[in-house]
Write a new protein. Structure first.
Length: 282
């Protein structure tokens, strides 16, 4: 597999893959839920209130890992108030590059080098708010950069989540699952709107080594092949395509992950066979 191809092509995708803030539509800015007390803090490293995150990010791209699921502290534990922090430690070979959540009382920071990112709750003047957990009813996004030579389908290890109180005591731990996605293939030939033969050669690009399958509008397989080390693939139908308008789309698959190209409309010259109606049935 050509690493130079991946570095050149997929590295350029990192520039085009700047994080769009529209990706934060899942973030909720509602009030935190649940109530707490002044009871003693939970044991260090306690687990069980569903602090979690999962994301699939393509090689050479940035993506959002959105942390949520925390349901708040029970009545037997002290509340998490001002000075409490949520930290995501980046999985192996990746970097945290941003902490885009912006709401009153919270501030984000990225450790130098991107090994981790942290949100800190700074507190608000309303003292009543200090009596409840400030980490519930919200999703906290971390921007994660995946290297261009990451293998699609790989689940990256060592992604961890830690929630600490103002004294630095660990109040909750969690894990985050980051899977390397597969870049979408392209289907460059046939070209849309250009009449084709009944056995048109399909050509495009895909991640090196990916299995590529071209299907028609009815999801029937037209042809299949494997992308070469330079990323180029091509295949030709074994059976003639029916005359008339049609549609083609390429799907790439590798190590359990897949991606699809844009659909293209084609026309095979010749009149399509007429459909038999009720009057034509014997």
């Amino acid at each position: 597999m050509s690493r130079s191809w991946k570095t050149t092509v997929l590295g350029s995708l990192a520039v085009a893959g700047a994080v769009s803030m529209s990706g934060l539509t899942g973030v909720t800015y509602g009030a935190e839920g649940g109530t707490g007390s002044t009871a003693a803090a939970a044991p260090v490293g306690s687990v069980g209130r569903d602090l979690w995150a999962a994301a699939t990010i393509e090689p050479g791209r940035e993506g959002l890992v959105e942390v949520g699921g925390f349901e708040g502290v029970p009545a037997t534990e002290a509340p998490l108030g001002a000075g409490s922090t949520l930290t995501l430690s980046a999985p192996a070979t990746t970097r945290v590059t941003g902490v885009p959540f912006a709401a009153l009382g919270y501030r984000g920071a990225v450790q130098q080098g991107g090994a981790s990112g942290t949100y800190t709750f700074g507190g608000v003047p309303d003292s009543a708010r200090e009596a409840v957990s400030v980490w519930t009813s919200r999703t906290f996004p971390f921007v994660l950069s995946v290297p261009s030579d990451a293998e699609p389908g790989t689940r990256l290890p060592d992604c961890t989540l830690v929630l600490r109180d103002a004294d630095g005591t660990v109040r909750e731990r969690g894990t985050c699952s980051v899977t390397v996605g597969l870049p979408a293939p392209t289907l460059t030939s046939p070209q849309p709107g250009v009449p084709v033969s009944t056995l048109p050669r399909a050509i495009g690009t895909a991640y090196p080594g990916a299995q590529v399958t071209v299907r028609d509008a009815a999801e029937n397989e037209v042809c299949a092949t494997t992308a070469a080390p330079n990323g180029i693939w091509h295949c030709k139908p074994a059976l003639a395509l029916p005359p008339g308008p049609g549609r083609l789309q390429a799907t790439a698959t590798m190590n359990g992950v897949s991606a699809t190209s844009e659909q293209i409309n084609i026309t095979v010259p010749g009149a399509p066979e007429p459909r038999r109606g009720a009057a034509g049935r014997q």
